[in-house]
Structure formats: structure tokens, C-alpha cells
Design a binder for this molecule. Structure first.
Ligand SMILES: [Zn+2]
Length: 97
């Protein structure tokens, strides 16, 4: 078994995993049910309060355009979203609407 990447990927919000079904392999993230409450802002390092965390089975990463099981994070008093991409293995920040 290859060693999985560190658990601090996605700031502890999600767990990264490989899923195999038959011959196909796919990458996915799943929500960790630990109470992570803040994520550092990528610009300022200031802690942003997490509002909601949601895993979608068919999400498209805004950075690498891979379809997969990714996670969306929204924040309190901040319009940005973060997307946890299983291919990029990091949080991709999406400007708020
Ligand atoms: Zn990606």
C-alpha cells in the first residue's frame, strides 16, 4: 500500500483517497468529521470561519477541469468558495459571485 498523503491536506477539512471499482481508479475527497472551524486566507493568512462543507460526487475542478468527487467550502462573511480537488490535492479558491 502506498502511503497516503498527509492529513493536513485541505487544512484537515477533507481526507484524500483513492477509490477502485473494478478496473477503474478514481481520486476522491471525503469530509472529515472533525470540527475544523477555520481555514487560513490564501492572501492574508487570516483565519476564515467555515460556514458549510459539502462533498459533491460529480464536481469539476476550476483549476484542472477534472471531474471527480470534490468538496466545496463556504465561509462566514466571505464570498469566496474553496474547492478541494482530489487531483490537485489542494484547496482551489473561487472568487465570490
Ligand atoms: Zn484540480
Amino acid at each position: 500500500m502506498p502511503t497516503p498523503p498527509g492529513n493536513d491536506l485541505f487544512h484537515g477539512l477533507f481526507e484524500w483517497r483513492r477509490e477502485t471499482s473494478g478496473a477503474s481508479l478514481r481520486l476522491a475527497v471525503s469530509q472529515k468529521f472533525e470540527t475544523v472551524r477555520t481555514v487560513p486566507c490564501p492572501d492574508t493568512g487570516r483565519p476564515l470561519r467555515v460556514a458549510t462543507v459539502e462533498v459533491s460526487d460529480r464536481a469539476v475542478c476550476p483549476a484542472c477541469a477534472q471531474l471527480g468527487a470534490g468538496g466545496y467550502v463556504s465561509f462566514v462573511s466571505d464570498l469566496r468558495l474553496a474547492f478541494a480537488c482530489p487531483s490537485c490535492r489542494k484547496l482551489i479558491w473561487i472568487a465570490g459571485a
